[in-house]
Design a protein around this ligand. Structure first.
Ligand SMILES: NC(=O)c1ccc[n+]([C@@H]2O[C@H](COP(=O)([O-])OP(=O)(O)OC[C@H]3O[C@@H](n4cnc5c(N)ncnc54)[C@H](O)[C@@H]3O)[C@@H](O)[C@H]2O)c1
Length: 367
């Protein structure tokens, strides 16, 4: 389903497929390639770390459509399920193993590194030492290798890179950042280190601060996971217990927009980028607003609230994200608002997940 939708976003083989460009709403994908090729650059070979998480597999599908299956190497430390993989190479890569990563970069002649490995906000708070290792030491490894081998490196940041001292509505691109989670601290560290390497060594470091990303795939233990879980629980059991209070407003983005932003930003010419780190977003809503929208399609959905420690995290995060700099500099535009996202998620989860749920225990992983 998502694969089919991605075909709508990008298809490098056909003349009739369109993709949003820097300067207009839609553009022939071949134009992007032409622009890329005109610069005398070869098709990049791309390594994705942490590629079996919520974002990695879908990102690999998109990039493989654009650059060829063999040119996108998906990697992780977990074992892929048979249906978790798309065509193309998958390898084991632990970002804490510098030599191992180095070997991969050399053997596969990597040009671009997309660094997704991380422990997310809620999981990070459960195991701070591991979050420090994966999110901070891991970042040291990949950025140093990117410098040594002259790679373009993309590292996602997050709304969690802001804290209670930041303006929350709206939160601009440049403002106070004093996050209160190890996840946020590690992401600010990644942003600053990337900017430093860019200024000191000329490293082509690129970073987007994503809001909560909504997709049908299982999320990795973040504070915005409720906006995915409610679709699975709601469609299967018509009940959902939310761990955030009803009026907790957070910025969000549908997976298609997240991938579109990533693709567009990765291909943006350097001269268009006034910054190395940009806010991007698509919408902001509260749990109550989301559930009311879902109830238009599932009227018997019953929601209750039992806030937990994730509420404390959400209370320090941006409510509305100001991404005007991304819109101005490289013409970022989103496509999915709340209404459109809910329709798409209901269709996706109904078709691809609900038939597979045989036992309630399978669903508990989404709560
Ligand atoms: N999903 C979101 O809503 C969201 C929002 C903002 C930013 N981001 C960022 O995007 C990136 C991807 O997010 P996601 O939701 O796919 O995360 P995820 O938790 O679903 O996946 C992270 C992956 O990292 C892997 N990993 C953990 N330790 C590793 C190690 N030592 N070596 C290699 N891989 C390791 C895990 O196995 C996992 O598959 C993260 O950096 C995250 O901070 C995500």
């Amino acid at each position: 389903m998502l694969g089919r939708r991605l075909l709508k976003i990008v298809n490098c083989n056909l003349n009739t497929n369109f993709y949003r460009d820097f300067s207009s709403e839609v553009v022939d994908i071949n134009k992007i390639h032409k622009r890329f090729c005109n610069k005398g650059l070869k098709t990049p070979r791309i390594l994705i770390t942490g590629g079996l998480g919520q974002l990695g597999t879908e990102c690999a599908k998109l990039l493989r459509k654009s650059y060829g299956e063999e040119n996108v190497i998906l990697s992780d430390i977990i074992k892929p399920t048979d249906n978790g993989l798309t065509n193309g190479p998958f390898i084991f890569a632990d970002i804490l193993d510098f030599k191992g990563l180095q070997k991969i970069i050399v053997n596969y002649r990597i040009d671009w590194l997309i660094h997704f490995s991380a422990l997310l906000s809620a999981v990070g708070e459960q195991n701070v030492p591991l979050a420090v290792r994966v999110n901070i030491e891991g970042m040291h490894n990949v950025i140093e290798l990117a410098r040594q081998y002259n790679l373009r490196i993309f590292v996602p940041s997050t709304i969690g890179a802001f804290g209670p001292d930041s303006p929350r509505n709206p939160t601009p691109n440049i403002t106070i950042q004093r996050p209160r989670t190890i996840y946020g601290v590690s992401k600010v560290h990644a942003e600053l280190l990337g900017e430093y390497y860019h200024h000191k060594f000329g490293l082509d470091f690129r970073c987007l601060r994503f809001p909560g990303v909504i997709s049908s795939d299982p999320p990795g233990g973040g504070t915005t996971d409720y906006a995915v879980a409610v679709f699975h629980e709601g469609l299967l059991r018509k009940r959902y217990k939310c761990y955030l209070e009803p009026h907790t407003r957070l910025p969000m983005m549908y997976i298609d927009d997240c991938l579109a932003a990533l693709f567009q930003f990765l291909n943006a010419p350097n001269e268009r980028l006034r910054r190395r780190v940009y806010n991007v977003t698509a919408m902001s809503f509260t749990p109550e607003e989301l559930f009311n929208e879902i109830k238009k399609h599932i009227p018997d959905l019953h929601v209750s609230y039992k806030p937990d420690s994730r509420q404390n995290i959400a209370n320090t995060w941006p409510q509305v994200f100001d991404d005007s700099e991304a819109r101005k500099d490289w013409n970022w535009t989103h496509e999915f608002n709340l209404e459109k996202m809910v329709i798409s998620m209901i269709q996706d989860v109904s078709e691809n997940f609900i038939p597979k749920y045989q036992h309630l225990s399978e669903v508990s992983s989404y709560v």
